[in-house]
Design a protein around this ligand. Sequence first.
Ligand code: ZN
Length: 309
Amino acid sequence: MIDVTISEVGPRDGLQNIDCVLPTADKLRWIEALAAAGLPEIEVGSCVSPKLLPQMADTVEVARSARTLDVQIAVLVPNLKGVERILPERPDKISLPLSVSETHSRRNVNRSHEEMFAEIAAIAGRLKELPKAERPHFEVGLSTAFGCTIEGPVSEALVVDLAVRAVRTGADEVGLSDTTGCGNPSQVRRLIRAVRSEVGSEKLTGIHLHNTRGQGLANALAALEEGLTTLDASLGGLGGCPFAPGASGNIVTEDLVFMLEAMGLNTGVDFDALMRAREALIGVLPREIPIFGFTPDAGLPLGMRVGAR
Ligand code: ZN
């Protein structure tokens, strides 16, 4: 039994934030290595316009191939059109980003809050047409929930309102996203409590954290202690911009696995196989793309083993 589900988002969040397009075969080899390491869920890409994000142009193809692996497949979708594109590949989970900052929402997906709720309603309606067994889990991720680089501080009351409305409009679940890496552990605790008290604990189980200011693992621990069970992370903290030294992506999968396993929590991950996935990634990335993580350099402490139990 897995205690904490690590959702590996490197192939989506990591690759879409670096300035190079990975060939499909390289992506697939990396995703295979991630699945072989025992990661239970992988976000394999996003169904956005290839003109906007050429890195994600092959998401449908990648999802189709990844379907054959023993892993849950998640895909990010900005709208109903994206859902229609990915549905034939039978993803296990689809995530729609609803940015709490409306300015960010317009820049990110070119839609106001009202327009996003129309998309949520349309997607929920479309999924209801499917037989239950074929319905992907529909999550609405509340982006910029901890602060926005354009609007600045974000109202916590607004985060709660949008979460309630997303669930009422048909989302199976909401997630909290620290898109800009502004969050701190107190804020993480406060926001999880506030949202859960309005939508119910079962409607908020996951969080998406970035390590931009080095708070990633502290925030992950706060979320865990509040009872969340799914943590997004990316291998090597992939996602740093090559033109912004020190900028990093999501929390580092390798370090998160070490922290959780050292605390006695089962992640289902085999650390040696995870290192092979890291090598697979390093092997296909241009050298100027930064790769993060302390545990890969230090190794596991003497006597510690992290393998599938
Ligand atoms: Zn992100």
